[in-house]
Design a protein around this ligand. Sequence first.
Ligand SMILES: [Fe+2]
Ligand SMILES: [Fe+2]
Length: 377
Amino acid sequence: MDDRKTIIIVDDSIANLKIGKNALMSLYNVFTVLSAKKMFELLERNKPALILLDVDMPDMDGYEAIKLLKENPDTLKIPVIFLTGKNEIEDEMKGLTLGAIDYISKPFSPFILRKRVEMHILVNSQQRVLEEQRKELQKFNNNLQNLVAEKTKTVVELQNAVLRTMSDIVDRRDDVTGSHIERVQAYLKILVDGLMERKLYEDITKDWDVDLLLLSSQLHDIGKIGISDSVLQKKDALNEEEFEIMKRHTTIGVEVIKKIEARSSACDFLEYAAVFAGTHHERWDGSGYPKGLSGENIPLLGRLLAIADVYDAITSKRPYKKALTHDKAVKLIAAGKGTHFAPDLVDLFEEVVDKFAAVQNEFVVAFALSGGGGGLP
Ligand SMILES: [Fe+2]
Ligand SMILES: [Fe+2]
């Protein structure tokens, strides 16, 4: 069988079929049929590259036939040219509206017929190539997207593992603080959610990756790995000199995080962690450490974490102090409004204190159930 393309000519006039066939048979396999019904029978066995369709035919006319062709997914894409004696512009428009790609009036020149058919077959095959390429590209894109999603998942898992492990290191050494890291993260979440719900600082929060930010807060005390056991695990309150040493956990934390960041561009996610580590002990009035930043010079993340961190310190038992109640913590934080803490964030804190109490209570219960005793209030 040759690889020439097939064309079906449908016309109720044998003379017209002959003229058409003679014009095209040197280039194509030409099937001629005398009715639309015969065409549909033929289509069950042959898939032509193009159909030349007469309009006026008994039983089923060309308009009816093209409607059926376009309704069937198998024949929908076969290009149809109307070949007809109807010359009115309305006829032509109707044919084209129904999905014909061209309209050739009878009588036609065999040369013109051949050229138009050739052109349409060429255009159609190019369209199909483009369509195939588009599908391939779509497939490629989908694969690429899946690959990126998979890689992203791996990177996020790795990030979480790194964060978790680093914060575990601190928790293990600084066992006096118990689940301090986890609780602070929970309190910070309450504040961040409150901020978002109230649309406060939208210009800053719009760029936040909140999940990553909360995970990163676990590293706020990572600098404690650089503080000696004698200070870190001291059973009494720290003296002035020891307190100066303890203060260094902020700058050591930033250094540790920056070192990791410098070693791999994949560690950009530690950016939040460095801000938390370096600024969570700054105070609104400038009396904090390590830099003595004040007001809005303290990054918003540091201002938020200060409240979460201090609330937990107050409500937790430490070797040198008892755990105070939630109500006492609320009072102390309110008293620090404008001196220790940002005034607007204390307002926010006061609006969400019930959520703080709930989280605090949850941890107390968990601690008691784990056999931790009644150390917490
Ligand atoms: Fe700290
Ligand atoms: Fe802390």
